[in-house]
Design a protein. Structure first.
Lengths: 244, 216
């Protein structure tokens, strides 16, 4: 621990900031993709459902790291333009995790009671109005806990970009390791950093969930004390992260 | 740019080597993850607080930190403590350990899903603790969670290219090496990307079918 000089600590803190930025931007892009694809997968036209389903299956089927390599190495050669590494990473992460998120959006929207949609029709709302004013506000609180799990997966996924030379925490750790010649202290430190980030994100999402539930007149659920994630009681529900 | 089919055919021998290593790593780490996950899940139900608490803390920590960093940790730190494994073994341990914390949750859900009456019946029959677990609880719990465990096999398949970063020549590792020798990066990467979909998509269809059969 003592071998990490202030200059090297600064390197790690810079990396921490890059990781944070990556997480926020990718989450924003991912959320947009998830909403669009998730709603498109319930669309009444089969062609829209088919196209969005194909997108989902492709991104769910392929490995995030392989896709990242494609964005970094194949895109410049194939189309002749190259993204700044940071944005290439955001693009890759946003598209991949957006695909996973679309399943959460689709599930939550499908879980809203059919009577609510019928009420929308009875009030002669257009489908868009009914979605915006009736269905989504009720689906939103249901989405937050699984989205939190996904957000942590995304945070963990940002470590992959260090392989491609983006200066995040893991990249900083490599540099520190090379400088000090010791691996144990620096890797312990950054593992703790990731864990703290995940913890902070979880707390933030809990607040969001409490507000969202209060908005439709529900109390937040009780949870195990130490647990960062929503754990499901149904044995059948798979992970939201990898396969889902 | 032009798509070069000859690069694809040049890559093929390496690609098959990579597929073999990927499947090998996957099979071994699945075994580690399933076995260790069960250990975690049972330890979390231990009557002793000194067992339960550290296990919960460790699994939460491992689950919420990146696999990539854990792999680097194992790969660089263990040799400092005079424990040396090959890259593949390190990768298998890392991948298996990381996903064991996920499968632990799956097992936990399965065990929680076994009705309380089953535990009480075991007590009433005066079964020893080991027999309660092996003959009564686990057979019922595991049957229900097979599809969920299968999902994690697919997830592990998709995280297996991470072990290329510690020098294992699985599919992605082979593609990188081929690209750095021939400067043809696109073709091998696309081949590998398609290979993942070709393996993962039928697997997930199979799992959905299995889920319909097993869970009612």
């Amino acid at each position: 621990m003592s071998d990490i000089t202030p200059g090297l600590w600064e390197l790690l803190l810079k990396g921490l900031w890059v990781t944070f930025q990556l997480t926020v931007y990718s989450a924003a892009l991912g959320a947009a993709v998830a909403l669009v694809i998730g709603l498109a997968r319930t669309h009444r036209l089969w062609i829209v459902r088919f196209l969005s389903g194909t997108y989902f299956e492709i991104f769910r089927g392929t490995s995030a790291l392989v896709f990242m390599f494609l964005v970094f190495f194949a895109l410049p050669i194939a189309f002749g333009w190259q993204l700044v590494p940071m944005w290439a990473a955001v693009l890759a992460m946003g598209l991949t995790y957006g695909a996973y998120g679309s399943e959460i959006v689709r599930g939550a929207v499908a879980a809203v009671a059919p009577a609510q949609r019928e009420a929308g029709i009875a009030l002669s709302f257009t489908p868009a109005q009914s979605m915006r004013k009736v269905v989504l506000p009720q689906a939103w609180p249901e989405m937050i806990p699984p989205l939190n799990n996904l957000l942590i997966e995304l945070l963990k996924g940002t470590a992959l970009v260090s392989v491609l030379g983006v200066g995040d925490i893991s990249f900083g750790a490599q540099l520190v390791r090379n400088a000090t010649g010791q691996s144990a202290p620096v890797y312990t430190v950054i593992l703790v950093m990731y864990f703290v980030l995940a913890f902070v994100l979880t707390r933030g999402m809990r607040v969001l969930e409490r507000q969202a539930k209060a908005g439709i007149g529900q109390a937040p659920p009780k949870r195990r004390k130490l647990s960062l994630r929503q754990t499901k009681d149904l044995a059948t529900s798979g992970g939201t992260g990898g396969a889902a | 740019m032009k798509w070069d089919w000859s690069a694809v055919s040049d890559f093929m021998p390496r690609f098959w080597d990579g597929v073999l290593v990927t499947l090998q790593a996957l099979a071994l780490s699945v075994i580690v993850a399933f076995a260790l996950g069960l250990v975690w899940a049972m330890a979390q139900r231990s009557p002793l607080k000194v067992v339960r608490w550290p296990v919960t803390a460790i699994t939460e920590f491992v689950r919420n930190t990146p696999l990539l960093v854990q792999l680097f940790f194992l790969y660089y730190v263990l040799p400092e403590w005079n424990i040396t494994f090959s890259a593949l073994t390190t990768g298998v341990i890392g991948l298996g350990l990381h996903y064991s914390t996920y499968t632990a949750e799956v097992y936990r859900a399965g065990i929680d899903g076994v009705p309380v009456g089953q535990w009480e019946a075991a007590t009433a029959l005066n079964l020893p603790r080991s027999r309660t677990w092996l003959a009564v609880i686990l057979p019922q719990a595991i049957r229900r969670v097979v599809p969920a465990l299968g999902n994690y096999v697919v997830a592990m398949l998709k995280d297996s290219p991470l072990i290329a970063t510690i020098g294992v020549l699985e599919m992605l590792g082979e593609a990188r090496q081929f690209g750095s020798i021939t400067f043809q990066m696109v073709e091998p990467l696309v081949v590998v990307g398609i290979a993942f979909i070709v393996i993962a998509y039928p697997a997930s269809l199979l799992l959905r079918a299995l889920e319909r059969r097993l869970v009612r």
